[in-house]
Write a protein that binds this ligand. Structure first.
Ligand code: NAP
Length: 286
């Protein structure tokens, strides 16, 4: 029986996950097909219910379903509960179990890509959406010394800061519109963009909140956005002389962790990275 796996999202036209995951299934000769399952919010419940069929191994979940999906699952792993978002569903016996592999993917790719050890560092996080929640939780777990959460909608940053304060006392929220952001940036050892600013096809395409003059030479600048591979923020960070990491490696590592949960097999990271780069280059030329 061919097993079915896929990703729930809406819209879903630019996902790299099918190429990345299919490469891993094929490498292990697992008879499985990974598909993009474009799912509008009102169809989510019925689509999740289909996963209970024998053919299905599980699924990934992306924008805008990472929070809403939780109510349709039988059990949620502790880390996903703490983050408040699920990006991976695994069939365990008859149960649908929700996990979050974004935090793991973020920290692993940050450390591998920059050599930075977050402990004791001053961190600035741009964004307060689902990806930012995972990053904030991960940075608090890694014991950064202080964390500033900057978001266009200040109330969302304040709400996230309130939750993170339970594990990291030195956390504050600011708005991205004012001078506070530039000031926080000039003091940051680590800057993480987890907004969709700079992303192709989005409302912030071609834009960055920070320019080279507010980024330290010694800083690490990490952009979760992977399309384009070199975002406007990354360009500015390179001008500042900072160490720069793009979002593709996070996508690979969160996907690899999901693959391992579905199959129990080691994910072929290098192969998945090549498949991701190839799919991304097709997006560029297409
Ligand atoms: P989300 O929950 O929809 O949150 C979007 C965030 O971006 C919010 O903080 C939002 O601010 C902010 N934002 C959106 N447009 C903006 C604009 N024009 N100006 C300023 N701020 C803006 O999305 P998400 O799941 O957190 O994803 C955010 C980004 O991370 C996306 O680009 C996604 O592709 C990327 N991501 C990458 C990976 C990876 O593996 N590399 C994993 C997850 C996500 P408001 O609160 O004010 O609306």
């Amino acid at each position: 029986m061919t097993r079915l796996v896929g990703i729930f999202g809406y819209p879903l036209s630019h996902s790299l996950s099918p190429a990345i995951q299919q490469a891993a299934f094929d490498y292990h000769n697992i008879d499985a097909v990974y598909s993009p399952w474009q799912t509008p919010p009102d169809a989510l419940a019925s689509e999740i219910a289909k996963l209970r069929g024998d053919q299905y191994l599980g699924a990934n979940v992306t924008i805008p379903h990472k929070e809403q999906v939780m109510r349709h699952l039988d059990r949620i792993d502790q880390m996903a509960t703490d983050i408040g978002a699920v990006n991976t569903i695994v069939k365990e016996g008859s149960e649908l179990v929700g996990y979050n592999t974004d935090a793991y993917g973020f920290i692993r790719s940050l450390k591998e890509g920059s050599g930075l050890e977050p402990m004791g560092k001053r961190a600035l996080l741009l964004g307060a959406g689902g990806a930012a929640r995972a990053a904030a939780y991960a940075l608090a777990q890694e014991r950064v010394i202080c964390l500033t959460i900057a978001n266009r909608t200040l109330s969302r940053a304040e709400s996230l800061a309130g939750e993170i304060r339970k594990i990291l006392p030195e956390v504050r929220a600011i708005a991205t519109g004012g001078p506070d952001l530039q000031e926080a940036s000039r003091e940051a050892d680590l800057i993480v963009n987890s907004t969709s600013m700079g992303m192709w096809y989005g409302e912030g395409e071609g834009q960055t909140m920070l320019t080279a003059d507010s980024i330290l030479l010694t800083a690490v600048v990490y952009d979760m956005v992977y399309n384009p591979p070199e975002t406007p923020l990354m360009v500015e960070a390179r001008h500042a002389g900072a160490t720069v990491v793009g979002g593709l490696s996070m996508l690979i590592h969160q996907g690899a962790a999901a693959f391992q949960r579905w199959t129990g097999k080691e994910a072929p990271i290098t192969l998945m990275m090549e498949a991701g780069e190839e799919a991304l280059s097709q997006m560029v030329s297409g």
